[in-house]
Design a protein around this ligand. Structure first.
Ligand SMILES: C[S@@+](CC[C@H](N)C(=O)[O-])C[C@H]1O[C@@H](n2cnc3c(N)ncnc32)[C@H](O)[C@@H]1O
Length: 219
């Protein structure tokens, strides 16, 4: 399948991620990591979170496998084109940010990203990860739309088969529509703890009430 240049290999539309506003993610991350900690951001996209992290005083190395996304990263950040599942920069960071639900990645992608996080983390470093909330009711969310800045986001389908989510979101911006099908491992909290442990981490705490963001430390 040929991927259009304005869509990342995972199906994320570049134009949509260019327009989506920050929604407090960077502030939540900033509160969880040491002041001024260097951050390795995996799956940085168009730099929506990157920009705010820089403004909050964190040097950021932003990694993405999409050149079109990476072109949007501000020059104050170090931009690295690469696959988060196999990255080997040979450097360590005060924090690794696994946004974009990378931990829920199918076919071993989640554990691979966590292993990469572990090998790039300073001994006193922390991992902040965005995950699909373990108890999320996908069925109830089908058809639900939310407005994020100028972007309208709707979950158009979601089916769970043997622990794997098969879903699609629809984005609309100013009359233009994009559809992004995606799959994900639905991890229960017990499974999540086990996946973290297998990669050398322990769950420290949840960072939000919805359990969509967690802090983990090396074991
Ligand atoms: C949904 S976008 C979100 C971007 C950003 N985290 C945000 O919240 O605005 C997901 C991004 O992760 C990137 N991505 C997904 N899997 C990746 C991988 N294995 N390695 C590097 N980048 C990846 C995609 O190219 C895309 O830019």
């Amino acid at each position: 399948m040929t991927i259009p240049p304005d869509v990342a290999p995972d199906g994320s539309p570049v134009e949509v991620y260019r327009r989506l506003p920050p929604m407090g993610e960077a502030e939540l991350i900033h509160r969880a990591v040491p002041d001024g900690a260097s951050i390795l951001e995996l799956g940085a996209g168009a730099g929506r979170v990157t920009r705010r992290l820089l403004a909050l005083g964190h040097p950021v190395t932003a990694v993405d496998e999409s050149p079109a996304m990476l072109a949007e990263i501000p020059p104050e950040a170090e931009a690295v084109l690469g696959d988060a599942r196999g990255l080997a920069l040979g450097r360590r960071f005060g924090a690794v940010l696994l946004g974009s639900h990378l931990v829920n990645g199918v076919d071993g992608a989640g554990p691979a990203c966590l292993r990469v996080a572990r090998s790039h983390l300073a001994s006193d470093g922390v991992v902040v990860a965005e995950v699909y909330p373990p108890g999320f009711d996908w069925g109830a969310a089908i058809g639900r739309s939310s407005r994020m800045g100028e972007v309208s986001v709707t979950l158009t389908r979601a089916a769970l088969v043997a622990g794997r989510l098969d879903a699609e979101v629809r984005y609309e911006v100013g009359g233009r529509v994009w559809r992004q099908p995606f799959t994900a491992d639905r991890l229960t909290e017990t499974e999540l703890v086990a996946v973290l442990q297998a990669a050398g981490f322990e769950l420290d705490r949840w960072l939000d009430r919805e359990r969509g963001w967690l802090l983990a430390r090396p074991r």
